[in-house]
Design a protein around this ligand. Structure first.
Ligand code: CMP
Length: 144
């Protein structure tokens, strides 16, 4: 188990102006932000990021949505980070997400579900490596 995970605040949440509120919830839950940036993903980048879902019925819509506007990508640190962020984010389907979770509050649908949270330590590292170089990851408590 590592103490870092990876997140993407998705295009619907960014476009609706909810980035600040979501980052506030993340910080209030005790995460430290070790890296953060705004990215407009290309089709190639989104296809690579979601390669595991290629061939599934929702894949084309997912790539279309993830390339429809800018996203915020970040590396978050907290004890047991992967599980802690998934709890804060809530069920993939906002209709099933618990009260007070990010998806319950900001998701529009299963695809437009406001935020991504890595599902394992291994995937977290692989996912953030697509967006951050090692020198872009802060090791001390500089910020936010
Ligand atoms: P995310 O956590 O980013 O990981 C994969 C994404 O695919 C997921 O959030 C949803 O946005 C989307 N997704 C997963 N399952 C479905 C589904 N059954 N129908 C539509 N979209 C889905």
């Amino acid at each position: 188990m590592t103490n870092r995970t990876f997140t993407i605040i998705k295009p619907n949440a960014v476009a609706a102006g909810n980035t600040g509120k979501i980052l506030d919830m993340i910080l209030n839950a005790g995460f430290k932000i070790r890296a953060l940036k705004m990215v407009f993903m290309s089709r190639n980048e989104a296809t690579r990021f979601y390669a595991i879902h290629q061939g599934k019925p929702f894949f084309a819509d997912l790539v279309e949505f993830m390339t429809s506007g800018p996203v915020i990508v970040g590396i978050l640190e907290k004890e047991n980070a992967v599980a802690a962020l998934r709890e804060l984010v809530g069920n993939t389907d906002p209709a099933k997400a618990a009260e007070g979770t990010i998806r319950r509050m900001f998701a529009d649908s299963l695809t437009r579900n406001a935020i991504h949270a890595s599902d394992s330590d291994e995937n977290a590292q692989q996912e953030w490596s697509q967006f951050f170089k090692p020198k872009e990851i802060m090791v001390a408590d500089y910020c936010l």
